[in-house]
Design a protein around this ligand. Structure first.
Ligand code: E4P
Length: 230
């Protein structure tokens, strides 16, 4: 299973990219708004705000040289197609994110036929994933955490989608999204997700283990002691 970072914060991406584990990035409008808000950026027009969004997408793509999902904000099929084409033109690495809906499916089919990679997002059922794959989506994003939030089983959803895609030979890649903790990542990997898109905090938590830290301290202490005694 590949690992993506689920953020629009370029600093976070830069840091994780340096670890050598990053295979892509996903953003969404909430994450872009958060990153710009935290950076204290302000805009005097809607156009300037959107232009900054596209600039960030280009910057991330340039940095990671790997798939970067950027979500279209249009809600009608024609608007989604037009916006999707503009986003895709930003970089060869841009993946157009579209929500699963009738408009999203129609736009997905048009864009996919033009060779644009689409990540169908906000997927909460196996049937939505099947529809996305049939509409030519390159990726489908089931939202584990939000499924868990309503008392259902997000990992089970990933497992079911995996089975359907395998039985019916569908090449659409499954991105486990809305990941909330490291156990989600492990469970998504076992369930057969192709990719997990992970928030920065979760990725940092994946690295650490108290026994690793204790182990490093002990090795260094033993080495120091031996240097004095031997
Ligand atoms: C996926 O691509 C989304 O950006 C993301 O995983 C949403 O997760 P959330 O439920 O934490 O907002």
């Amino acid at each position: 299973m590949k690992l993506y970072l689920d953020t629009a914060n370029v600093q976070e991406i830069r840091e994780v990219h340096a670890l050598g584990v990053l295979a892509g990035v996903t953003t969404n409008p909430s994450l872009v708004a958060k990153a710009l808000g935290e950076a204290g950026e302000r805009f005097d027009s809607e156009e300037a705000f959107y232009a900054r969004f596209t600039e960030i997408v280009r910057e991330i793509a340039e940095l990671v040289q790997a798939p970067v999902s950027a979500e279209a904000l249009a809600t009608d099929p024609e608007g989604m197609v037009e916006e999707g084409r503009r986003l895709a033109a930003l970089s060869e690495h841009v993946v157009v994110k579209l929500p699963i809906s009738e408009a999203g499916l129609r736009a997905c089919r048009v864009l996919a036929d033009e060779g644009v990679a689409v990540n169908m997002t906000l997927v909460f059922s196996a049937n939505q994933a099947l529809l996305a794959a049939r509409a030519g989506a390159r990726y489908v994003s089931p939202f584990l955490g939000r499924v868990d939030d309503i008392g259902w089983d997000g990992v089970e959803l990933v497992r079911t989608i995996r089975e359907i895609f395998d039985v019916h030979d569908l090449g659409t890649e499954i991105i486990a999204a809305s990941v909330r903790h490291p156990q989600h990542v492990t469970a998504a990997a076992v369930a057969g997700a192709d990719i997990a898109t992970v928030p920065y905090k979760v990725l940092k938590a994946m690295v650490r283990h108290p026994l690793t830290e204790i182990g490093i301290d002990r090795f260094l202490a033993d080495w120091e002691k031996a240097k004095q005694e031997l």
